[in-house]
Design a protein around this ligand. Structure first.
Ligand SMILES: [Zn+2]
Length: 89
């Protein structure tokens, strides 16, 4: 990645690769501390990390909403299947 910088023992590309887990809170303490140290010391990531983080969070919310839609759809489909079809009678 162009402009990749090693800050706090992590490259910018490695921070990006872990950004999703970072937002999910899925990183362990050591990895979390490294990402935070990098972002704190790297003006590239500090500048765009916030907006990237916000975009990823928005995407995750959208995906969660879609997953919810699908579960509602499948619940409706099961309900329709369970009900007698009035048109066929
Ligand atoms: Zn960086």
């Amino acid at each position: 990645m162009k402009g990749d910088r090693n800050v706090g023992g992590l490259l910018c590309s490695e921070v990006l690769a872990q950004l999703s887990d970072y937002i999910d809170g899925a990183l362990d303490d050591a990895a979390l501390a490294k990402v935070q140290a990098h972002v704190a010391g790297c003006d590239v990531c500090e500048r765009f990390g916030g907006s990237v983080g916000a975009s990823v969070a928005a995407l995750k919310r959208q995906r969660a909403a879609h997953a919810e839609d699908r579960s509602i759809d499948s619940a409706l489909a099961r309900l329709r299947a369970a009900l007698p079809d009035e048109r066929s009678q």
